[in-house]
Design a protein around this ligand. Structure first.
Ligand SMILES: [Zn+2]
Length: 447
């Protein structure tokens, strides 16, 4: 059987099949190992709070986990926003100013995700992201510093690792995790396999009340040390609370799902800001100047969202008209071209669909959904060699059940039955339509 992702962590490793005798031995070794682990590392000291706590996951494991899952996690939520490198540099520089004052040295990194959903997240080990949509909701640089300071603390204070230790993540194995993913920005997000889905869970699972208060408190301290006005953190929290009471659905499917706002948080932030003193940099003008580009582009992304809604509803004429307007506004946005490719394919215009997809892949070659989408067009046209090449490229970035199913078809049609069986076996472990199709194909192969 083909293993879709390198399995390198004890908490994702499946037990190997073995005889009862060796199993008993393994269990003894395992208990011994657990005992050693508990006595040796159980009493770690939290680098941020200084409190003693259970610490079963080492720093090296945290960092590795973040590295392994960064790319699949950000791709499953829309991929990188690559159209404005100056904005990316700016967000990085503000984040690093704050991270420099963190109590823990980690390989911090931040990217802007190409999604209108307001959200931000941190993986264990310091890999972070902020969505284009959240940048538009803030007023100044100090507020950006507050949001990123909050995320830095989630990573530095091991909040993600603690959630994993407590078994708060669902054991997803090979099944898709559509329920916890922001599928709005990626139709294939629910089909992501294995280890690559773990990062999305880490990014999208809700933090506890105490972790939120801790992230606010230390995040505000870090941004104040970096020279920003701490009152901006409190002001931003107040805005978030108001939006949550008004049930802003964009926020509720994004930032508030993971970081629930509360009156308690607002009050704690205000008390702290008053103690720290309301001085420091706000940086309103600079911030507004830096986000002017994405503000001007937002109407194009709104058209894209409308096109997606029409496309999902099967109204492809309206979908095409909207996406054409979006492409006209931003011709270099690969997400627009990929969606137009899908729409054109469904309207029976394969040649135009491929032109759009070729351009999308050229603009953003690493993005799994673009190579996957083009592979599906090739599969529909029975261009098996091209389909196979694209499916392989897509699983190098992010493994999905639908790409494995497609690889199975390509291998079968090119007369490589054993290989087809291996691919189908991977896809067959997924839930839903894709898993079912793979199981049927396996029966056909063996029947
Ligand atoms: Zn949080």
């Amino acid at each position: 059987m083909i293993n879709p992702t390198p399995v390198s962590h004890p908490y994702t490793r499946a037990p190997a099949a073995s005889s009862p005798a060796t199993m008993a031995g393994t269990l003894r070794t395992l208990s011994l190992w657990l005992l050693v682990l508990l006595t040796v590392t159980a009493c770690g000291v939290n680098p941020v709070t200084g409190q003693r706590e259970l610490s079963l996951i080492s720093e090296a494991e945290e960092i590795q986990l973040g590295r392994d899952n960064y790319e699949p996690t950000l791709q499953s939520q829309g991929g990188r926003y690559y159209l404005d490198p100056a904005l990316s540099d700016y967000v990085t520089s503000v984040t690093m100013k704050v991270a420099d004052h963190s109590d823990r040295d980690l390989p911090y990194e931040v990217v802007i995700i190409n999604s209108s959903v307001p959200n931000a997240w941190a993986l264990p080990g310091g890999k972070m992201a902020i969505n284009r949509g959240l940048l538009l909701e803030m007023e100044n640089e100090a507020q950006l510093a507050a949001v990123m300071g909050h995320e830095v603390v989630h990573a530095a204070a091991r909040h993600g690792a603690q959630r994993m230790q407590r078994g708060m993540l669902v054991n997803i194995g090979m099944a898709g995790v559509g329920a916890v993913l922001a599928v709005r920005d990626n139709p294939y997000a629910g089909l992501i396999l294995g280890g690559a889905a773990v990062g999305s869970q880490l990014a999208m699972a809700q933090y506890s009340r105490s972790h939120e208060l801790e992230a606010d408190e230390f995040g505000t301290r870090y941004m104040a040390k970096a020279g920003y006005d701490p009152m901006q953190a409190a002001d931003l929290q107040r805005v978030f609370l108001r939006l949550s009471e008004g049930r802003d659905t964009d926020f509720i499917s994004g930032l508030f799902q993971t970081h629930p706002p509360s009156r308690e948080r607002v009050e704690a932030n205000e008390r702290l800001a008053r103690r720290l003193g309301a001085e420091g940099r706000v940086g309103r003008e600079k911030y507004q100047e830096m986000i002017a580009g994405i503000r001007a582009q937002q109407p194009a992304y709104d058209l894209y969202e409308e096109a997606m809604r029409h496309h999902r509803g099967g109204e492809n004429d309206q979908a095409l008209s909207k996406i054409n307007q979006a492409v006209e506004k931003i011709p270099r946005e690969a997400a627009f071209l990929a969606l137009r490719g899908d729409i054109r394919q469904e309207r029976g215009d394969s040649r135009a669909a491929l032109t759009d997809y070729d351009r999308a892949v050229d603009l953003y070659p690493e993005m799994f959904s673009y190579t996957l989408g083009r592979g599906l067009v090739h599969r529909a046209n029975r261009n098996w060699a091209e389909a196979e090449r694209d499916f392989k490229r897509s699983i190098e970035s992010v493994p999905t059940s639908i790409a494995y199913l497609g690889l199975g078809d390509a291998a079968r049609e090119q007369g490589r039955r054993d290989e087809a069986r291996n691919y189908y076996q991977v896809a067959a472990q997924a839930q839903g339509d894709v898993g079912e199709s793979a199981r049927r194909r396996l029966q056909e192969l063996d029947g």
